[in-house]
Design a protein around this ligand. Structure first.
Ligand SMILES: *[C@@H]1O[C@H](CO)[C@@H](O)[C@H](O)[C@H]1NC(C)=O
Ligand SMILES: *[C@@H]1O[C@H](CO)[C@@H](O)[C@H](O)[C@H]1NC(C)=O
Ligand SMILES: *[C@@H]1O[C@H](CO)[C@@H](O)[C@H](O)[C@H]1NC(C)=O
Length: 346
């Protein structure tokens, strides 16, 4: 049904666009131009994130267009994003990445993105984001027994990750894997105690046997041979200790590198920046204050826009509309913001 409505809207849009109008109307959040800008912005955000997961667009909160002159405008977008199941190192394209469900304890991203449209070509100039997990209360209200996100430095989490990686390495016939980062972890207390962890790994130049002889000699492969992967694991502690682990290597991806946040993740397992947090914050990779519209005092045109110059343009537009449209035609109000929710509301 939703798909049908979307299709009908899509089919109708070109008809509305075909009505000749002189000045650019204000952009609505569900306008295809806003959606195109948001898609570019989300891809930019994922391409420039160094840790955690890829995010998908949930809703365009606001869009502002600031004309800069002929064929040049600046766009400010406010976006709501949701964490997907694809790690940032995963080669899976975003459109194939499943958004984390509400009951899996969703993580939301809020981003301000500044773009420019120059001669019809869109590009991202700056991004500023932060991300946070939904509240425990929100999740337990819908799902009282659902496991909740745990801090990444929680001792049970570290124990589960270490046990899972050891278990994988003791059984694999392939390369000996080292931990890159813990992505997320959840702990369930009822009816049995379970720890669910997800972590990114990388292949070393050792086989499991070589690692057993001298693990310190096992190095991550150099950038031109790098092979990243991802593991999910569940650890039960009571009544019996049991670890189920599933690791997949992505294969070498040219140009994809992983930046180690700290000097050494092998000793402490975790860099300081995520100690005490349940998720990798997008802020660490996206922190440009110029991405926000409130920072745009650098644009004198914004001030001019509030002066009578614009009134005259609007007047002209009204006259133009009268000529171009049949008598009695009432132009629809600009589509509102925020736009539609793509996945679910938190
Ligand atoms: C992404 O999904 C499409 C449609 O389901 C499928 O055809 C394509 O093979 C998928 N691509 C990857 C890389 O998984
Ligand atoms: C892995 O690389 C290190 C550093 O280059 C080297 O010392 C070690 O011998 C290599 N191990 C194997 C098994 O090739
Ligand atoms: C996790 O890190 C926070 C912040 O550094 C610290 O307060 C907390 O004690 C740590 N928890 C564990 C289990 O180490």
């Amino acid at each position: 049904m939703k798909v049908l409505v979307a299709l009908i809207l899509l089919v109708q849009l070109p008809i509305h666009k075909a009505v000749p109008t002189a000045p650019p109307p204000p952009l609505g959040c569900d306008d295809p131009e806003s959606e195109a800008a948001a898609e570019l912005a989300v891809n930019y955000i994922n391409d420039h994130s160094h840790h955690g997961y890829k995010f998908a667009l949930n809703r365009i909160e606001n869009v502002r267009v600031i004309p800069q002159g002929l064929n040049h405008k600046i766009l400010f977008l406010e976006l709501d994003l949701l964490e997907t199941e694809c790690h940032i190192l995963s080669p899976t394209p975003l459109e194939n990445c499943t958004v984390r469900s509400f009951t899996e304890h969703a993580v939301e991203g809020d981003c301000d993105v500044k773009l420019q449209n120059l001669d019809g070509k869109l590009s991202v100039l700056a991004s500023k984001c932060h991300s946070h997990a939904d509240s425990n209360e929100d999740v337990t209200r819908v799902c009282p027994d659902c496991p909740l996100l745990a801090n990444l430095n929680n001792t049970q989490v570290l124990t589960a990750v270490t046990a899972a990686l050891n278990s994988h390495n003791s059984k694999t016939a392939g390369a000996y894997l080292k931990l890159l980062e813990i992505g997320r972890a959840r702990i369930q207390y009822h009816p049995v105690h379970l720890v669910f962890v997800e972590f990114a790994v990388a292949a070393t130049n050792c086989s499991a046997g070589e690692a057993k002889a001298n693990v310190d000699a096992c190095q991550l492969l150099p950038d031109d041979q790098s092979n990243f992967g991802f593991c999910t694991a569940t650890m039960a502690t009571q009544p019996l200790q049991d670890v189920q682990v599933d690791c997949k290597l992505y294969g070498h991806q040219a140009g994809v590198t992983y930046s180690q946040p700290g000097q050494d993740t092998s000793a402490g397992l975790l860099p300081n920046v995520v100690q005490g947090f349940t998720n990798h914050n997008l802020r660490l990779s996206h922190n440009n204050p110029f991405a926000s519209e409130s920072s745009s005092s650098e644009f004198p045109t914004f001030v001019v826009a509030a002066k009578p110059v614009v009134k005259r343009t609007v007047g002209e537009a009204a006259q133009h509309d009268k000529v171009a449209r049949p008598v009695g035609f009432v132009p629809p109000p600009p589509p509102p913001c925020p736009g539609r929710v793509h996945h679910f509301k938190i």
